[in-house]
Design a protein. Sequence first.
Length: 234
Amino acid sequence: MDRQEWMTQLRGATYRRDGVAVVALAQDSGRPEGMLQLLGDGLAAALGQRVDGARQEVADCVAALRERGWTGDTDLADQLDALAGSAPVPMLRPIPVDLEELAGIIEGDPMDVGGVLDLHTGEVWHQSTIEYVREGGDDIDVPDFDDPERCLWVHGEGSRDGYRDMVQFIDTVADPDRADRLTIAVDGRGAFRRFKDVLARWPGESARWYEFSNERQRGRTRAWLADVGYRIRH
């Protein structure tokens, strides 16, 4: 299968907690290199389900995470080692949160950044939704956003990390002409939109960027969660 299909299948298997499918994808000889953050979460479920081959894939994933050392990689490696019984359990409280949803209020749209993380359910509330509810919006069941035992306010950290991701990705583009075009695109206001518009000319590079960006952002969000005392509940 091609890399985009592999990613789609991994994402689905991870969210379904289908450990058998995750291990099969990890063992696929054609799998993309470097997709360790999402894969690690999928392998955590496979390890808990005692899927054949999961322990070896976890060990390989941990080694790759520690060697790469991106933000959040050590946090995930420590959690996987603990699940495998080869290291102490990190002193972090587990929470069933979706890292991509949480990333949306940390590094998302500047017009809608920030919000609340429900510490009981893992639900993520965007700032715009909170304002709508407080202004008398739909009668929906909401937590007490001002209860510090229940809700953690999340302040957006802006787009600086996302911009650095673009610059670092450009360094991985092998074609000099493409790299030059992308370098010009990220100069000045509107850099994100221009970057994506230029990148859309080359589907292969665009797919690589999506993987790279998702991996970086997922790791940063995991590290942010660890910094405030929590980890994903696997």
